[in-house]
Design a protein around this ligand. Structure first.
Ligand SMILES: Cc1cc2nc3c(=O)[nH]c(=O)nc-3n(C[C@H](O)[C@H](O)[C@H](O)COP(=O)(O)OP(=O)(O)OC[C@H]3O[C@@H](n4cnc5c(N)ncnc54)[C@H](O)[C@@H]3O)c2cc1C
Length: 599
């Protein structure tokens, strides 16, 4: 077994990991470990934009951005975090520009901005142009820009190394164990600090916008080593995934004027969100689509509605709204080239001429590893840090997105909190010594891999995965009830048992054994599904992405608190509801107090 020593070890090479690496590596010896080649990280698929109140096309202010974030989060966002996000977004985007990111430009040469759901001017007024974008490939550009900067700054990359365990020595985090995918050998990384930036876990659900690799590894690894998971009941369904496939159609389509239409030809969002209609927050739009489908108003009675961005339709509604702007086919071709390409390739539908069939798709985890504003993982309601552990990006929960994230705020989160984490981590490492590794640090996980490799049961990982994805889609999706969630929880626990006692895989070799690693990832997905269902079942209210038929109202009296889920020694889950929501903006400004959300 090879042991490496780096002061800072970062797991994940998406936007959050690379931004943290860029900052940490300026001061301490830093390694990035990634199971994917860095530029294949999911950040590269982000389409629509990164939110920052630059005010390039019309007046905008960070306080408005913070307000929208808190309101969008259905008042579960920590307000100190929302303010940091909104204020530091401006310098973060300008930093990306200076690092070489080729943003689209206005005619004056400034960064171009477009509208996105839930982003408004003047504390909840009309939609504002806040999303900075590079066509519909914003994430791709972020990833390429940061990766080349990391290479330039001599960050050490371990590509296609799969991290499978966290090493703790008492109360301190001292490193990780990884497997080199190429030859199956285990490596121990000894460090002063570890940062998880492993992204999301959308693969828990059947219809998802997420890549195959988004299996919540970092969350499962830290949870198994005693770190709580915060607010896992809040998982966002994006309203517009391609029917049956889940592939994302960016909200930027609606930002450019696209509208949702049901089988009767109605622009139904006029009924659900009279003021900002198709640009209401994602939880609101997903629920509206779902209700239309339930009422039999899906197109031809099927389970999808139309997303229409044809110039004819868009111009009709622009005229109706009294706007001067009109669009043509060329405009759509330049603003949304990748979306057009997906639809033409995968659907045989040309969005310039005809509408796209869409349905809600599992998209984004608001919850995750709880952290403070500097990315330090915290383990209780009083924000006590666990020495040496950091998290940033989608796997972390600052909590800035509360119960529902606004579009474009994830990319902002990666850059703002990735930067803060990298800075803090460097300072921490400079003042800390290496704590010795425990004996045989890879022993436990090695035994687990051995077990999976030689198991001789009857259930293939893909069968267990499909069953988990279906039950989670059905019962822990857009709408939820106690009996449905209980059924999902029972099923997931039965599947966990099968995973332990009745598994079998085909490939028992060493080299590039993706069969083994996918089985190991399934173990992570099952643990995350269990925590999600248990956290959801306990929260007896509807808030943001967590919408219950049996508790349809938000209950601020009882439930304006974060959920913390801890693993217990007997393999169960302990839920704690004592972590208050930070309301520091509301204490100074009435407008930030929790109210009913109207869009
Ligand atoms: C299709 C799509 C479109 C989106 N569009 C937008 C948008 O327009 N605007 C916006 O704000 N947000 C958008 N989002 C959300 C946003 O892109 C993601 O939340 C964000 O990119 C996550 O970044 P990250 O750095 O946390 O992780 P990721 O970019 O997902 O990267 C995760 C990294 O962790 C590594 N990793 C994971 N597990 C392991 C392991 N066990 N061992 C080693 N390495 C590991 C992977 O190799 C990878 O490098 C979109 C998401 C999707 C799916």
């Amino acid at each position: 077994m090879q042991t490496h020593q780096y002061e800072a070890v970062i797991i994940g090479a998406g936007g959050a990991g690379l931004m943290a690496a860029l900052y940490a590596s300026r001061h301490v010896k830093t390694a990035v470990i990634s199971k994917l080649y860095p530029t294949r990280s999911h950040t590269g698929t982000a389409q629509g934009g990164i939110g920052a109140a630059l005010g390039n096309l019309e007046e905008d202010r960070p306080e408005w951005h913070a307000f929208d974030t808190v309101k969008g989060g259905d008042y579960l966002s920590d307000q100190d975090a929302a303010l940091v996000l909104a204020e530091e977004a401006v310098s973060a985007v300008i930093e990306l520009e200076h690092l070489g990111l080729p943003f689209d430009r206005t005619s004056e040469g400034r960064i171009s901005q477009r509208r996105f759901g839930g982003h408004t001017s003047g504390f909840g007024g009309s939609p504002v142009r806040r999303a900075c974008h590079a066509a519909d490939r914003t994430g791709h550009m972020i990833l390429q820009t940061l990766y080349q900067q990391c290479i330039k700054n001599d960050v050490m990359f371990f590509d296609e190394y799969h991290v499978i365990d966290l090493i703790r020595s008492g109360d301190t985090v001292v490193g990780v164990v990884a497997i080199n995918i190429n030859d199956g050998k285990l490596h121990v990384f000894h460090s002063k600090a570890v940062l998880f930036a492993t992204g999301g876990w959308g693969k828990v659900w059947e219809i998802t916008s997420n890549a195959h690799t988004l299996t919540g590894d970092g969350n499962a690894i830290t949870y198994r080593r005693g770190v709580p998971m915060q607010d896992m009941e809040f998982f966002q369904f994006h309203p517009t995934g391609i029917y049956k496939m889940g592939i994302l159609i960016t909200e930027g389509v609606r930002g450019e004027g696209g509208v949702l239409i049901n089988d009767r030809g109605e622009r139904f969002m006029e009924r659900y969100a009279p003021s900002i209609k198709d640009l209401a927050s994602r939880d609101v739009v997903s629920r509206a689509i779902y209700l239309e489908l339930e009422a039999g108003r899906g197109i031809k009675g099927r389970r999808y509605v139309h997303l229409d961005v044809t110039p004819e339709t868009v111009n009709r509604y622009l005229a109706e709204a009294g706007e001067d702007r009109r669009i043509d086919a060329e405009y759509i071709e330049t603003r949304l080239p990748d979306i057009l390409d997906f639809c033409r390739t995968y659907l045989g539908v040309d969005p310039v001429k005809e509408p796209m069939p869409v349905q809600p798709t599992a998209h984004y985890g608001m919850g995750g590893i709880p952290t403070d504003l500097d990315g330090r993982a915290v383990i209780d309601g009083s924000r006590t840090p666990l020495p040496g552990l950091y998290a940033a990006g989608e796997c972390a929960c600052v909590s800035v997105h509360g119960a529902n994230r606004l579009g474009t705020n994830s990319l902002t989160d990666l850059i703002v909190f990735g930067r803060r984490s990298g800075k803090h981590m460097a300072e921490y490492c400079q003042g800390a010594d290496f704590v010795p590794l425990p004996d045989n640090p890879a022993g436990e996980v090695e035994a687990e891999l051995q077990r999976i490799c030689t198991a001789s049961g009857s259930r293939k990982p893909y069968e267990i995965r499909a069953e988990m994805q279906q039950i989670m889609m059905k019962h822990v999706g857009v709408f939820r009830t106690a009996s449905g969630m209980q059924e999902a929880l029972d099923t997931v626990r039965r599947l966990q048992e099968q995973f332990k006692t009745d598994l079998v895989i085909d490939d028992r070799g060493q080299r590039f054994n993706t069969d083994l690693l996918e089985a190991w990832e399934l173990g992570c997905l099952l643990d995350i599904a269990e925590v999600t269902a248990a956290s959801a079942l306990a929260r007896q209210e509807s808030r943001g992405a967590h919408s219950r038929d049996d508790f349809p109202k938000r209950d601020d009296e009882k439930w304006m608190v974060h959920t913390l889920a801890y693993p217990t020694d007997d393999g169960g889950i302990r839920l704690d509801h004592n972590k208050p929501v930070d309301m520091s903006l509301a204490e100074k400004d009435e407008r930030f107090k929790a109210k009913e959300r109207v869009y």
